[in-house]
Design a protein around this ligand. Structure first.
Ligand code: SF4
Length: 235
């Protein structure tokens, strides 16, 4: 028998609340691999717990769904007997933390595997790997000292797969790490970094949870404490 409209709503609210509460607990104290190559301001604002637009519970559930798909693919890799390690943290060092999906052996060579899931529309138009996914995988290759990786994309709607081979690029890794060190100096000195030059049309700006305060901040560097006082006086 279907649930009455009232009970249905109660359960949805409970599930939504679970996801929204979990989101609130998140606090950032160090860089994640997913920060590499991203807008410096976003990283700065995350560290400073600046006011952000809350993500919808629906979107947070989609992230969970993505994790579930990753586990399904990992199960298959395990069944093939090619997994050397799975969900493996990068070796501890000062700047960044991250966890690769798997390290596998193919034709007697080691590969770092990073699995990404997306909807049919994005999947259909994907003719080359996404830049931010390459950045992440490059840093995994760097920290694991492995020369090759595979970005494996999964279509969430019909389980189709696409794969792209990525070779280690030390220059790119160096520049990503230099960029993160630069953001660290801004965090330590309480200086909001400049906006990215492609604001507001950049894809990062379209999905940015900080776009409201970013538009109040202006384009150049400014002092975070002074700006915080200003926005607190508005609220
Ligand atoms: S709106 Fe764009 S420039 Fe501003 S913080 Fe977000 S991503 Fe960066």
């Amino acid at each position: 028998m279907p649930l009455s409209g009232k009970k249905d709503k109660m359960l949805k609210e409970l599930i939504d609340k679970f996801y929204l509460d979990r989101q609130k607990d998140r606090e950032q104290h160090h860089f994640y691999i997913t920060d590499a190559g991203k807008c410096s301001r976003v990283i700065f604002f995350k560290f400073k717990k600046a006011p952000r637009e809350e993500m919808e519970a629906r979107v947070l559930r989609m992230f969970d769904h993505g994790d579930y798909i990753h586990r399904l693919i990992l199960n298959t890799l395990f069944s093939l007997g090619i997994v050397r390690s799975s969900e493996i943290n990068i070796p501890p060092q000062e700047i960044i933390s991250g966890r690769a999906d798997a390290i596998i052996t193919l034709n007697n060579e080691l590969y770092v595997i990073d699995i990404k899931s997306m909807n049919s529309m994005v999947f259909k138009n994907l003719n080359q790997p996404k830049e931010d996914n390459i950045n992440q995988l490059q840093l995994y290759l760097h920290f694991f000292k492995i020369q090759k990786g595979i970005l494996l994309y999964v279509n969430k709607d019909n389980q189709e797969l696409k794969e792209f081979l990525i070779e280690y690029d030390p220059k790119r890794c160096k520049s990503l790490l230099v960029e993160l060190s630069y953001v660290k100096t801004k965090i330590d000195s309480n200086t909001i970094p400049q906006r990215i030059p492609s604001w507001p049309n950049d894809w990062q700006c379209q999905y940015c949870q900080f776009k409201e305060i970013c538009s109040l901040t202006g384009s150049g560097e400014i002092n975070w404490e002074n700006f915080k006082k200003k926005i607190e006086s508005f609220s």
